[in-house]
Design a binder for this molecule. Sequence first.
Ligand code: HEC
Ligand code: HEC
Length: 103
Amino acid sequence: MKIEKKDLWFIALIVVVVGIFLAISGKEKTKVVPRNDTHKEVYEVAYRNAPGPDASIFKRAFFKPAKKEAEKSCEPCHDARGIKLPPDHPPKHRCLFCHKLVP
Ligand code: HEC
Ligand code: HEC
């Protein structure tokens, strides 16, 4: 197969897209919500309505944890226990958007 100039552009485009993708995914180092005793209640609220292991594959594939519900408890508890956010912490509504739950 002869590679034409046109094809090279296409290959270059793919390289760039893949490169950007890797650059972005590498940045995701934000701490996860630890899966420990303190954060157990967060996981309980978020996964309260989780479909059981015998539910249909569709139900499980489309299940979303109740993040908005679970987020309500973050700040009150952190405040009560004196857990400070770093001074350069980004805007902090929607905690779970950045701090992922570990599955
Ligand atoms: C019942 C109290 C409580 C609730 C609710 C809670 N936290 Fe925490 N969190 C703590 C405590 C205590 C620590 C200090 C480290 C530890 O014991 O896990 C902590 C630490 C953290 C850390 C730092 C973990 C690390 O590795 O240093 C993150 C991130 C965090 N919490 C996110 C959240 C988010 C997001 C929510 C809400 C979805 C939340 N927490 C709800 C008590 C709580
Ligand atoms: C826009 C993204 C974003 C949102 C929203 C967000 N955070 Fe963070 N958070 C970060 C980043 C980035 C850091 C610093 C890097 C890291 O996690 O180590 C951080 C750090 C923290 C830490 C300190 C972790 C440690 O021990 O170093 C805690 C605790 C924390 N966030 C709690 C919260 C809580 C509670 C909320 C919701 C009220 C929240 N965050 C919302 C991005 C976010």
